[in-house]
Design a protein around this ligand. Structure first.
Ligand code: TF8
Length: 334
């Protein structure tokens, strides 16, 4: 009887000592900016991440998302993170090569052969190595989310072989590797921030752009384009970046919750994107665009012609970084 009483008291004490609930968490408003629109799968990822944060922090860690570049483009938002005036951004890696040259490795044409391959590399040691470089630049990458394989859209003609790129005015991201890849194919490539692309296409200041089907759909590019070619010429990841100065001021529990929940969000976002990719392609076709798929021979020709881009940019990216990813890919493909 006495024993039982002691045990009961211990349980009661144990319970009461756990209060107040979520003491390790503070009320935080985390602004997350994006260049894409809310109906992009990043929207689903953020919802899943928020549900996870609600559970872990008792509702104290709150994400507020800003869509369509409302807080500025990828590069501008990333700089705001580095100086500690904005908490988070979901950005492509490509516009950030001016800050972290090694990220250019993801821009090399035809690097990844499948999304699964990309997941293995990004979620493993190679991804961790890139995260260290990001940290040194004041950016904490919570997880690699998905942008996806990029395809070409244009308003002038069907593109089924590399000669069709000749003279085409193609918008590329603010990134030398993309610039060279398209110039090397004969295109007239122009670097431009994502937020300017729709109106540049609409006014015909440019003929073409390249992005995954999901973006051609959700950013409404299909409304101002006539042709799409499934080129799959690059898989550029999204980074869920957090301001390092702000992250460092958070409690270890808050930091752990953010890291864990960014992975929950990533998994949801990747799942939704795989499904929406097919639906977006159907929508693009239904809107009357002509969709071409590059033949295996053409893919091989373009790939061969693009090899020079690897050589040209290897030193700027870091020979060790390029060699490391190629070795990793070889290992995976065995
Ligand atoms: C691009 C990128 C963008 C994304 C988006 C702004 O073409 O692929 O679509 O970074 O989040 O600039």
């Amino acid at each position: 009887m006495r024993k039982l009483l002691l045990a009961t008291t211990a349980i009661a004490l144990g319970l009461s000592s756990a209060a107040p609930a979520f003491a390790e968490f503070n009320e935080r408003n985390i602004r997350v900016s994006n260049g894409i629109n809310e109906d992009h799968p990043v929207g689903n990822g953020i919802k899943a991440m928020q549900a996870c944060l609600d559970e872990k922090s008792g509702g104290k860690l709150k994400l507020t998302a800003f869509w369509g570049g409302a807080l500025g483009g990828d590069l501008q938002a990333t700089q705001a993170l580095r100086s500690g005036v904005q908490e988070a951004v979901v950005t492509s890696s490509s516009p950030l090569v001016g800050i972290i040259p090694a990220l250019g490795v993801f821009d090399l044409p035809f690097l990844f052969a499948s999304a699964q391959e990309a997941y293995t590399v990004l979620d493993g040691d190679f991804g961790d190595m890139m995260n260290e470089k990001l940290e040194a630049a004041g950016l904490v990458n919570l997880a690699y989310w998905e942008n996806g394989f990029r395809n070409l859209s244009n308003s002038v003609r069907p593109v089924t072989k590399w000669e069709d790129f000749e003279g085409m005015k193609v918008r590329v991201m603010q990134n030398n590797i993309f610039l060279d890849t398209f110039q090397n194919l004969g295109a007239n490539a122009t670097p431009m921030a994502f937020g300017e692309v729709f109106s540049a296409l609409e006014t015909k200041a440019i003929d073409a752009q390249e992005n995954p089907y999901v973006t051609i759909d959700t950013s409404k590019f299909f409304e101002v384009q006539k042709y799409v070619t499934e080129t799959n010429h690059a898989y550029t990841p999204f980074l869920f970046l957090f301001s390092k100065p702000i992250f460092d001021s958070y409690t270890p529990e808050e930091q752990a919750a953010l890291r864990e929940c960014a992975i929950v969000g990533r998994d949801e976002e990747r799942k939704v994107i795989q499904d929406l990719n097919k639906k977006s392609l159907e929508k693009i076709k239904e809107a009357g665009l002509e969709v071409n798929v590059l033949s295996a021979e053409e893919q091989a020709r373009i790939r061969e012609k693009s090899k020079v881009v690897y050589e040209k940019h290897k030193a700027a990216i870091g020979a060790d970084v390029v060699d490391a990813i190629l070795a990793k890919l070889e290992e995976i493909r065995k």
